[in-house]
Ligand binder design. Structure first.
Ligand code: SAH
Length: 259
């Protein structure tokens, strides 16, 4: 059961044409559109699925945003990892409730939210104070206070080392992950997993080269192709547009001494 909407909650307004608007509810707030406005008070106290009417007569259905919707619409400083890659990262990194994860850099916090949602305990290293603050804000807005208790962001450079030990996972979204491999070797326990998201294949090849000369094994690199379909009556075909490229995902496991 979804709790009724409260002030401070995110709400997604859908109009008749399927357009979506992400709104942060406040007691005095108003959701303005070309068709007048809806007082937030009409939504606060109601449950998901409520229909509200703007002053101009347009009707909106209101639900809570999903993680994907929130990631695509939340305020961003750094570029976020898209939902099509966030899901597979959870599988490649085999994230489980209670997993101890080091994440760097944190950026806008899209990956942080995904890891926290899956139950991980996350320590984030982020170079830029403004990004670290934005991430904490975004994460708090979406995952709520209990998950925030599992999240700590430090303003620091992961290329200089990792203080944590006995980590389960290291997840990276930064330009030179090969500079983290040595640190991850001592921060992870054997069997631990490193996952890295990189925009280019040359960076991925450089990471693989460093991994091949390290205590990591079972390395794999993939890209995720996501093609949506247009389905309407007899017109059933792939959509004309797709996101052709985001990034490559590389995963490897820290092995113990060779048997
Ligand atoms: N995965 C994030 C986006 C990360 S963008 C998301 O989904 O929202 C990359 C981030 O890495 C930037 O914020 C940048 O400041 C940070 N960064 C780059 N090099 C770093 C380093 N050596 N140590 C820590 N953070 C770093």
């Amino acid at each position: 059961m979804s709790a009724p909407f409260g002030a401070g909650d995110r709400a997604l307004f859908f109009d008749r044409k399927g357009r979506r608007y992400l709104v942060t509810l406040s007691d005095e707030g108003q959701f303005h559109t070309h068709a007048g406005y809806v007082p937030h008070a009409d939504v606060i106290g109601q449950s998901e699925g409520v229909t509200v009417t703007a002053t101009g007569g347009a009707r909106y259905l209101v639900v809570r945003p999903t993680l994907s919707e929130f990631v695509l619409k939340m305020p961003r400083g750094a570029q976020v990892i898209y939902p099509k890659d966030l899901g597979p990262i959870l599988m490649l990194a085999d994230v489980f409730p209670g997993a101890r994860v080091l994440e760097a850099g944190v950026g806008s916090g899209a990956l942080s939210m995904t890891l926290l949602r899956a139950g991980a305990d996350v320590v984030g290293y982020e170079l830029r104070a403004d990004f670290a603050a934005r991430a904490a804000e975004n994460v708090g807005a979406f995952v709520g206070a209990d998950a925030l208790a599992r999240y700590k962001v430090e303003e620091r450079d992961v290329y200089e080392g990792i203080d944590e030990v006995d980590l389960d996972r290291v997840v990276l979204d930064l330009p030179e992950p090969w500079r983290v491999v040595k640190h991850a070797e001592s921060a992870l326990h054997p069997g631990g997993i490193l996952v890295s998201y990189l925009p280019t294949i040359t960076q991925s090849a450089q990471l693989r080269e460093t991994l091949a000369a390290s205590a990591f094994g079972m390395a794999e690199t993939i890209e995720v192709l996501h093609r949506s379909w247009h389905i309407e009556g007899q017109s059933v075909r792939p959509d004309h547009r797709m996101v052709g490229h985001t990034g490559f995902l590389t995963a490897a496991r820290l092995l113990g001494p060779t048997p």
